[in-house]
Design a protein around this ligand. Structure first.
Ligand code: OFO
Length: 165
């Protein structure tokens, strides 16, 4: 069964959301790099890469289901923040926004009686649980560290160990 027009359009919009996530995280990485937080920047670069993978996962799925991928316009991401804490709080908020979008897609798949898409989306549902948890944990640590330079350097160092999963 080919994707319904409505489902196809919604998945195309989600591809845009994933690219916008990648764009936002790359902008955050660039800001962090400019402030010499190379570990935080590396973590964000890896996060950017994950978002590209999400976009490509959707791209493959739409094609596999006989749909047509049509790319939408990307909005310019924010470029300045005040601190790593503000960045990770914004990243957490953004992940919650993406979770809402994924949930809307699941509901649409149900309305359209599209079991294959509903099942495909479960991977994203689980991924969002993980991404919300990770970003909120880092934001919490940064809140705890506050102005401590030692604490910031240590966390920068730890997060710099991350490779793209
Ligand atoms: Fe950060 O999440 Fe994509 O979906």
């Amino acid at each position: 069964m080919r994707l319904s027009e409505k489902m196809e359009k919604a998945l195309n919009t989600q591809i845009k959301e994933e690219f916008e996530s990648a764009y936002l995280y790359l902008s955050m990485a660039a800001y962090l790099k400019s402030k010499k937080f190379s570990g935080f920047a590396k973590w964000m670069e890896a996060q950017m890469q994950e978002e590209l993978n999400h976009a490509m996962k959707l791209y493959s799925y739409v094609n596999e289901r006989g749909g047509r991928v049509v790319l939408e316009e990307l909005k310019k991401p924010q470029e300045n923040w005040n601190s790593p804490q503000e960045i990770f709080e914004a990243a957490y908020k953004h992940e919650c926004y993406i979770s809402d979008k994924i949930n809307e897609l699941v509901h649409l798949a149900r309305d359209e009686k599209d079991n294959a898409t509903e099942s495909f989306l479960q991977w994203f549902v689980n991924e969002q649980v993980e991404e919300e948890a990770t970003t909120s944990e880092i934001a919490d640590k940064l809140r705890f560290i506050g102005e401590s330079k030692n604490g910031l350097l240590m966390l920068d160092n730890t997060l710099g160990q991350r490779g793209a999963e």
